[in-house]
Design a protein around this ligand. Structure first.
Ligand code: GLN
Length: 194
């Protein structure tokens, strides 16, 4: 399996390490041609305005859209914002593919970063320890979206819409690799279908 990590800005190295230790070949994507031959793509956390601007500058927006319409694509944190269809009043380049409404920096200054143990039935019984850093949340999800995890107040922090996966937190920053394995399973299944 050959998986890309969008390497314009943010926590791409951490994703790369996790994916490699789970058995994938990883390619850093900075230009449209780097997407060739990839079976899946991770869009890391960082700063979504910067990632969007750089993606635009390097002519990546359309190629990324085409890629993510067919191949498993996972956005974490800033990557979740970049994948979303609706980010409210914010004006910044996004892919606009996933049917979720996302609020950037949803937790404000007081709890700008925090950690929480989430129940994520698809990953098994053991709670997933999630690290949130100036995280977004999804406040709405369309009918075709499966909510994988939410906070006690109902805010959505992990979701899947067919080949699109989004997490508001950073699974690449903990020892638990279940989310990376879950994504690689999506990639494998998609490859089998193709
Ligand atoms: N607050 C960042 C943004 O709006 C996301 C933070 C992150 O990716 N850790 O893009």
């Amino acid at each position: 399996m050959r998986v890309g990590v969008l390497a314009l800005q943010g926590a791409f190295i951490e994703h790369q390490k996790k994916l490699e230790s789970a058995g994938a070949d990883v390619v850093q994507v900075r230009l449209p041609e780097h997407l060739e031959g990839l079976d899946g793509l991770v869009i890391p956390g960082g700063e979504s305005t910067t990632i969007g601007k750089l993606a635009q500058e390097y002519g990546l927006i359309e190629p990324l859209r085409e890629f993510a319409r067919e191949k498993p694509t996972w956005g974490t944190c800033a990557g979740m914002i970049f994948l979303a269809k609706d980010i409210g009043m914010d004006r910044q380049p996004i892919l606009g593919l996933m049917d979720i409404k996302v609020n950037r920096n949803a937790f404000g200054r007081q709890i700008d970063s925090f950690e929480a143990d989430l129940e994520i039935p698809r990953l098994g019984d053991k709670p997933f320890h999630a690290v949130f850093i100036r995280a977004p949340v999804a406040t709405e999800a369309g009918a075709g979206v499966d909510v994988l995890a939410s906070l006690d107040d109902g805010k959505i922090v992990a979701a899947q819409q067919q080949q699109l996966l989004a997490t508001a937190f950073h699974p690449e920053l903990t020892d638990d690799d279940r989310f990376h394995r879950y994504f690689l399973d999506m990639v494998e299944q998609n490859g089998r279908r193709a």
